[in-house]
Design a binder for this molecule. Structure first.
Ligand code: OFO
Length: 165
């Protein structure tokens, strides 16, 4: 059985994962209308992954006999200046999520809630993976450059990463 603090924090994480999914789906729409089909495909894949992260938490909470709460999800931004700005925001968001997962893990360890700590381990690895992917994307954008046909090649490179997932 989970403590009330743990249920509240897991429910907050459920909302954050839903927000992440909406954020990346909205970003994919920005990319799509800019003609960046590769970026859009990659971001749609990210949106689906985040939905799966939310559902994984949702299932864990009800399996413990507690009530998962979907809650209200705030609207994500709709405009970006450039591909680099968009992916910088993804990176910042992922770092924020890593902080939240770490805080959840610290709570589980403090409460000696080994079941939740074990469950959260998957998210710890996932965040490491996602931060690494975003760093790689930002490095590629920087190396290729956004001038001239650079954006076309950036879009192709990121689109290929969507296929890798
Ligand atoms: Fe972006 O990863 Fe969920 O947790």
């Amino acid at each position: 059985m989970l403590s009330k603090a743990m249920v509240d924090n897991l429910n907050e994480q459920i909302q954050l994962e839903s927000y992440s999914s909406n954020l990346y789906l909205q970003m994919s729409a920005w990319a799509e209308v800019k003609g960046l089909e590769g970026c859009a495909a990659f971001l749609r894949t990210q949106a689906q992954d985040e939905l799966a992260h939310m559902q994984r938490l949702f299932k864990y909470v009800y399996e413990t006999g507690a009530l998962p709460i979907v809650g209200a999800i705030k609207a994500p931004p709709t405009k970006y200046e450039s591909v680099s700005e968009l992916f910088q925001q993804v990176f910042e968001h992922e770092k924020f999520i890593t902080g939240k997962i770490n805080a959840l893990m610290s709570l589980a360890l403090k409460e000696q809630d080994h079941s939740t700590a074990n469950f959260l381990q998957w998210y710890v690895s996932e965040q490491h993976e996602e931060e690494h992917t975003m760093q790689k994307i930002l490095d590629r954008i920087k190396n290729i450059g956004e001038t001239g046909s650079g954006v076309y090649f950036i879009d192709r490179a990121i689109g290929m990463m969507a296929g890798e997932k």
